[in-house]
Design a protein around this ligand. Structure first.
Ligand SMILES: CC(C)(COP(=O)(O)OP(=O)(O)OC[C@H]1O[C@@H](n2cnc3c(N)ncnc32)[C@H](O)[C@@H]1OP(=O)(O)O)[C@@H](O)C(=O)NCCC(=O)NCCSC(=O)Cc1ccccc1
Length: 135
C-alpha cells in the first residue's frame, strides 16, 4: 500500500469529525503506518495541551491504516479495545502517530501505537488496541 492509498482509505471510511482532525498518512509499511496529526488550537484543552480525546482518535485511525496495509487494503473491521497512557503534554506541535501491528490473526488484530510531538523528547502517549476483522 502507498501513503496515497492510505489517505484514500481515510477519506472513504471515516466519520466527518475524524476527517476534521486533518490526519494524513506519511508512510505505510508491511505492518505499520505513520500518520501526522497537525497542531490546531481547536484540539487543545485548558492549559494549552492537545486533548487526550484527539490523541485517542488519532491512535484508533492510525491502527485502521496499519491493519489495512498489513491486509493489502481496507477490510471491514471494528475497534474492540483501546488502552491509552498519556505521558507528556503536546503544545504547539504536530503529533506523529506510529501504529505497528503486532499480531494479525484471522479474526483479531493487535497493535501498539506511539504518539510523539514532532521534535519532542519522547512519546507523548502510547496506546494498545485490539480489532475484530469482519471481512
Ligand atoms: C463484532 C463484535 C466486535 C464482536 O462480535 P461477537 O463477539 O462475535 O458478538 P455477537 O455475536 O454477540 O455479536 C454482537 C453484535 O455484533 C454484530 N456482529 C457480529 N459479527 C459481525 C460481523 N462479522 N459483521 C458485522 N456485525 C457483526 C452482531 O450482529 C451483533 O449485533 P446484535 O447484538 O445481534 O444486534 C461486536 O462486539 C461489536 O460489534 N462491537 C462493537 C464494535 C464497535 O462499535 N466499535 C467502535 C466502532 S469501530 C471504529 O470507530 C474504528 C473504525 C473506523 C473506520 C473504519 C473502521 C474502523
Amino acid at each position: 500500500m502507498t501513503p496515497e492509498e492510505g489517505d484514500a482509505i481515510l477519506k472513504d471510511n471515516f466519520a466527518p469529525w475524524v476527517l476534521d482532525l486533518g490526519l494524513s498518512v506519511e508512510e505505510v509499511g508491511e505492518r505499520h503506518a505513520l500518520l501526522r496529526l497537525p497542531w490546531s488550537g481547536r484540539l487543545a484543552r485548558e492549559g494549552g495541551g492537545i486533548s487526550g480525546q484527539a490523541l485517542m482518535a488519532a491512535a484508533d485511525t492510525a491502527t485502521v491504516i496499519a491493519i489495512s496495509s498489513a491486509r493489502g487494503g481496507f477490510v471491514p473491521m471494528t475497534t474492540v479495545q483501546q488502552s491509552t497512557t498519556f505521558q507528556r503534554p503536546v503544545t504547539e506541535a504536530d503529533v506523529l502517530v506510529e501504529a505497528r501491528v503486532t499480531k494479525l490473526g484471522r479474526t483479531l488484530a493487535f497493535a501498539e501505537i506511539t504518539l510523539s510531538a514532532e521534535g519532542g523528547p519522547g512519546p507523548a502517549a502510547r496506546a494498545s488496541t485490539v480489532y475484530a476483522l469482519l471481512g
